[in-house]
Design a binder for this molecule. Structure first.
Ligand SMILES: Nc1nc(=O)c2c([nH]1)NC[C@@H]1CN(c3ccc(C(=O)N[C@@H](CCC(=O)O)C(=O)O)cc3)C=[N+]21
Length: 287
């Protein structure tokens, strides 16, 4: 009988393999007197954000990276938050850090991100890092896009020359992923879809690789997907029945590869955050 379900792009086992490699690199840094330290800045008490931050600290422990945690009240002022940023910028034990997004609406997210020392930008979301990505210069890459490319590489899904349809133009996934995939080293042809796209089904059906990062439950249906295509579910929506992705269940029977949610791109995001942290420490030694 013919194969009827997609090969799973298993983000958990891939993350574990990356962690094991990072442990070796952290040990090599320790011999040269450097301990990477990852900071997290979390504002407010959103349970989802808390869960993500907890996961990041657990990952640090596994790899041998020191964790620095700043949990701040939901009503913190812009000035007090910026003071915490300044403090982490000055702290030599903190070699990289992130500000967990989204921030409460009274805070100026752009101003906060811009205040991060670009040398300590573990998320790759600082304007300087995004500018380097546009220019093709070395620097931290946004974690989720980098995790997507790494997952495709490790499962030998061809990227060069592939037609990739990215659904969603958000600053953390869709927009930078388009930049990453069109670099000479990746060489994909990218279509970036968004709420203004006229015929989503037509754009998805041409794709060898589909990345769904719109945050709309079940947006990508089996009828849209070219048989054998690789489909990566990056959507996470909290529903009454738990977490739901952007990819409908039946896609598994049409796709050649599937990165499910959970268990696909999410764990890779954390793996790339730690990779960025270790690389920043390695760069600081080289400098
Ligand atoms: N400054 C900043 N950087 C981020 O990287 C960032 C952020 N803010 N805000 C929120 C999003 C979301 N995000 C995820 C990380 C891990 C999983 C993950 O590990 N998910 C698991 C478990 C899902 C679960 O059970 O909660 C999975 O998909 O298998 C998901 C989502 C990082 N984000």
């Amino acid at each position: 009988m013919a194969r009827v379900t997609a090969t799973i792009l298993d983000g958990k086992s891939t993350r574990d393999a990356i962690f094991s490699d990072l442990r070796t690199r952290v040990a090599a840094l320790a011999e040269r007197g450097v301990t990477p330290g990852l900071g997290t800045v979390l504002v407010g008490d959103d349970p989802g954000s808390h869960a993500y931050v907890r996961g990041k600290h657990r990952a640090c422990e596994k790899v041998g990276i020191t964790s620095i945690r700043r949990d701040l009240p939901a009503d913190i002022s812009q000035a007090d938050l910026e003071a915490v940023i300044d403090e982490l910028n000055a702290d030599p034990a903190c070699t990289g850090y992130i500000v967990q997004l989204p921030l409460p609406s009274h805070l100026d997210e752009g101003a906060v991100l811009e205040r991060i020392d670009p040398a300590k930008d573990a998320d790759g979301l600082h304007p300087v890092s995004l500018g380097r990505l546009v220019l093709g210069e070395t620097g931290p890459l946004p974690c989720t896009p980098r995790g997507i490319v790494e997952l495709l590489r490790r499962f030998e899904v061809p990227i060069a020359g592939a037609n990739v349809t990215v659904v969603g133009r958000g600053v953390t996934v869709g927009r930078p992923l388009g930049l990453l995939l069109t670099r000479r080293s990746e060489n994909a042809t990218v279509t970036l879809c968004h709420t203004g796209t006229k015929d989503l089904a037509a754009e998805v059906s041409r794709a060898d690789i589909v990345v769904a990062a719109a945050g709309k439950v079940g947006l990508i249906t089996p009828e849209m997907v070219k048989p054998g295509a690789a489909v990566l579910d990056v959507g996470i929506t909290r529903t009454e029945d738990g977490l739901a992705g952007d990819v409908a269940a039946g896609v598994r029977e049409v796709a050649g590869h599937l990165a499910p949610m959970p268990g696909g791109v999410g764990p890779m995001t954390v793996a790339m955050l730690l990779t960025n942290t270790v690389e920043a420490a390695e760069r600081s030694l080289a400098a």
